[in-house]
Design a binder for this molecule. Structure first.
Ligand code: RP5
Length: 166
């Protein structure tokens, strides 16, 4: 049974949403991944979002672009956390997606990450699940420590070779 639902409005969102899937795979979190358009197939979307709790999902990561209603509508139908991922768009640079997702009316929250923020969406889902999962929390702490080390190593190299040879 999947713990996280990853859903996107189009296959054109895949490159960004794949980053969330990669993070969940890295942390051993089970997920299901779907391409469902709230606008183009509202009946399929409704069935997906309304059945999500019963299917055992604890978090939904929803990515969409332009008039990006998918995450908000997931939050309208699914009572647990929804993380919205606004897609970069050619016409408005993703501001359209960002505003559509982040400006939710009071009562229906969507935790919105950066434009094209698939990686952080995955990590935020892991952090949410780690609240009640000691083993996952340990993995998260190890990841945070590794990340810190990698920046320290980069700075050490910079100090060693200088910016011209970096
Ligand atoms: C949204 O419209 C999708 O999430 C996608 O980001 C955008 C464009 O979709 P396509 O025309 O590429 O299918 O629903």
């Amino acid at each position: 049974m999947a713990t996280v639902g990853i859903v996107m409005g189009s296959d054109s969102d895949m490159a960004v949403m794949k980053k969330a899937a990669d993070v969940l795979t890295q942390f051993g979190v089970s997920f299901e991944m779907r391409i469902i358009s709230a606008h183009r197939e509202p009946d399929v979307f409704f069935e997906y979002a309304q059945g999500a709790l019963e299917r055992g999902l604890k978090v939904i990561i929803a990515g969409a672009g332009m008039a990006a209603h998918l995450p908000g509508m997931c939050a309208a139908l699914f009572p647990l956390p929804v993380i919205g991922v606004p897609m970069h768009t050619a016409s408005l640079g993703g501001r359209d997606s960002l505003y559509s997702i982040v400006q939710m009316p009071g009562g229906i929250p969507v935790a919105t990450v950066a434009i094209d923020g698939g990686k952080n969406a995955g990590l935020l889902a892991v952090r949410m699940l780690a609240m009640n999962d000691e083993a996952l929390l340990k993995k998260l702490q190890a990841f945070i420590a590794e990340q810190r080390e990698s920046v320290i190593k980069k700075d050490e190299r910079l100090q060693e070779v200088g910016y011209g040879n970096y």
